[in-house]
Design a protein around this ligand. Structure first.
Ligand code: DX5
Ligand code: ZN
Length: 221
């Protein structure tokens, strides 16, 4: 599994999304943050917009649902054209049933954990998941500072994934930048979301290339 850089359009210009997608053409996927103003104190976009982004995006869609009642709403995001759908452990009653439903539609299934949510309960579910997202900020906003304590969580998760023998990506989202990405990669993550570090740079494709280089560090677990 190689390094993947998925820029978050949360930091893009929402009035010019098609143009903003063209600026990150060298990325691996576009990270789309869906927020419902209940699960997190912010509101972004929903199904009709995701559907339209999927139609025009040259990159696969990595949809991160920060919404309540994921069991009810996540499948519709798969149908809307997402390549991968991430729902939160805190917002589902039936993570395995939901993951299986998503995968049966040909979509990758991922579970996210907030910084204060332990990742250990997911260890026995890894065989049903394509990716686990370790949030490294409290979800809701871009531009927050990386929480250093999450490196230990990533390290434990990488060890559990290796021990399970399952092929599961470890994604990190929140405060990923040129100054934090190498340490996160060494802890065991291989899929990196970056919002402000990519769109806050005058040269987004240069920023992607730099992150890719720095994120290509071997695991130290
Ligand atoms: C935050 C979102 C992130 C956000 C990251 O809740 O899930 O995807 O865009 O932004 P940065 O990279 O600026 O921390
Ligand atoms: Zn996100």
């Amino acid at each position: 599994m190689g390094v993947q850089i998925n820029p978050s359009i949360l930091s893009a210009d929402f009035v010019n999304l098609e143009r903003e997608l063209a600026r990150i053409a060298t990325a691996d996927a576009v990270h789309v943050d869906v927020m419902d103003n209940h699960f997190v104190p912010n509101l972004t976009l929903g199904l009709p917009v995701v559907r339209r982004i999927a139609e025009v995006s040259p990159l696969p869609l990595d949809v991160h649902l920060m919404i309540e009642d994921a069991d009810r709403w996540a499948p519709a995001y798969a149908e809307a054209g997402a390549a991968s759908v991430t729902f939160h452990a805190e917002a589902t009653q039936a993570p395995v049933r939901l993951a299986r439903e998503l995968r049966s539609g040909g979509v990758r299934a991922a579970v996210a954990v907030r910084p204060a949510t332990p990742v250990e309960p997911l260890y026995d579910l890894l065989g049903d998941l394509d990716m686990v997202l370790v949030m490294t900020v409290d979800p809701g906003f871009g531009g927050q500072a990386f929480i250093e304590g999450m490196l230990a969580k990533v390290r434990r998760l990488r060890a559990a994934v290796t021990a399970s023998g399952a092929t599961v990506d470890i994604q990190v989202d929140g405060g990923v930048s040129a100054s934090t990405i190498a340490a996160i990669a060494r802890a065991g993550a291989n899929v990196f979301v970056a919002g402000s570090a990519v769109y806050g740079d005058p040269d987004p494709s240069g920023a992607i290339a730099r992150l890719r280089l720095l994120g290509d560090a071997p695991y130290e677990v």
